[in-house]
Design a protein around this ligand. Structure first.
Ligand SMILES: O=C(O)CCC(=O)C(=O)O
Ligand SMILES: [Fe+2]
Length: 349
């Protein structure tokens, strides 16, 4: 595997512009080749991102004890995915109650009055905690609901565009209705803390190792620090740079299988090059658990080979999760290993 680093001009899908055929063709090329593109004018304000940024600081600065109380499905502590990665999952479609359940634990626990305080201090801290904590909790749950709703809407629009791109408008819409309308999404807020020792800082530090996403599509907001990289078919690491008002969209394993490999779910990772914390917020759009994923004949096309056998979505998630190493998604545990069919040699993409 080559470690060559380079940058790449990925297409930027502007949602305020009409989707012309030239746009669709560069999008189609990018999805086939890279599995990544950008979206702009997506309707999410800068103010919303800075609110999330500051709330995420509050969330992750809660004491470890409180964070661990959330349980492994919500909170992933450092040293699981990597020594520098911790994350909080907020599940949809009721993002606000999922966020509130976590925030109530995180924000209440660490501002309790200490025993050595005077009665007046206790009264002051207590009234402050009644006032401040529920407010932080409320702001967190409302912000994440608003963001989650926007992401759900945006992901729906993007899937419609992708289906239109590979199937044409009418067939694309029909498949969206029949196959994607029960999709659901969840959010993952990630805090990367770079290593403090100088020796480590001189090496290439992976904040999150190489993996593919188990989603249909993923929409990522990354702050200005950068460090997200995707792996090309040739094995080169390519920077996916942050940009003003840009969200990153990448194709996940479920969509790769459903599209018979026409949309690529590529390996990616996060490297930490700077001595500052990095925050990202991913939205993962997934099929419902019971969904049987099988590329429609319209996508496979006459005379072409089917690349994946039919599989139940939950079975694939179980396959990935039951594998300790594969959990945080090291390579060798992707949908190709799970459901890929052996193809004639010349037919491999
Ligand atoms: O932090 C990022 O920019 C991307 C994280 C990611 O790839 C993931 O959570 O699946
Ligand atoms: Fe990812």
């Amino acid at each position: 595997m080559s470690e060559l680093h380079s940058s790449l001009q990925l297409p930027v899908l502007d949602l305020t512009q009409p989707i012309q055929s030239s746009v669709l063709s560069s999008l189609s090329q990018a999805c086939k080749e890279w599995g990544f593109f950008y979206v702009t004018n997506h309707g999410i304000s800068k103010e919303m991102f800075s609110r999330i940024y500051s709330l995420s600081r509050d969330v992750f600065s809660a004491p470890l004890d409180s964070k661990l109380k959330l349980g492994p499905f919500s909170y992933t502590p450092r040293h699981i995915a990597s020594p520098y990665f911790e994350s909080l999952v907020v599940s949809g479609p009721d993002f606000s109650s999922s966020a509130k359940a976590s925030a109530d634990v995180l924000f209440q626990e660490h501002e309790k009055p200490e025993l050595r305080l005077s009665v007046l201090d206790i009264f002051y801290v207590f009234s402050l905690s009644l006032l401040v904590n529920p407010l932080t909790s409320l702001l967190f749950s409302e912000t994440l609901q608003e963001y989650g709703d926007k992401m759900a809407e945006l992901s729906k629009r993007l899937v419609e565009i992708l289906l239109m791109m590979i199937l044409g408008e009418e067939t694309g819409k029909r498949f969206y209705q029949n196959e994607f309308s029960n999709c659901h999404g969840y959010l993952r807020l990630v805090n990367y803390t770079p290593p403090q020792d100088v020796e480590k800082q001189e090496e290439l530090v992976e904040g999150l190792g190489m993996h593919t996403d188990m989603s249909c599509i993923t929409i990522v907001y990354q702050d200005s620090v950068g460090g997200l990289q995707m792996r090309s078919k040739e094995g080169n690491w390519i920077d996916i740079n942050p940009g003003d008002d840009l969200l990153v969209v990448n194709i996940g394993d479920l969509m790769q299988a459903w599209s018979n490999g026409r949309l690529r779910s590529s390996e990616h990772r996060v490297v930490l090059r700077k001595l500052v914390n990095r925050v990202s917020l991913g939205f993962f759009l997934c099929f419902e658990d019971e969904k049987v994923i099988l590329a429609p004949q319209e996508i496979v096309g006459e005379g072409n080979c089917r690349r994946y056998k039919a599989f139940k979505c939950s079975e694939y998630l179980k396959f990935r999760q039951s594998n300790e190493v594969g959990k945080f998604e090291r390579i060798g545990y992707t949908v190709k290993d799970f459901a890929g069919l052996t193809l004639p040699e010349h037919d491999d993409p």
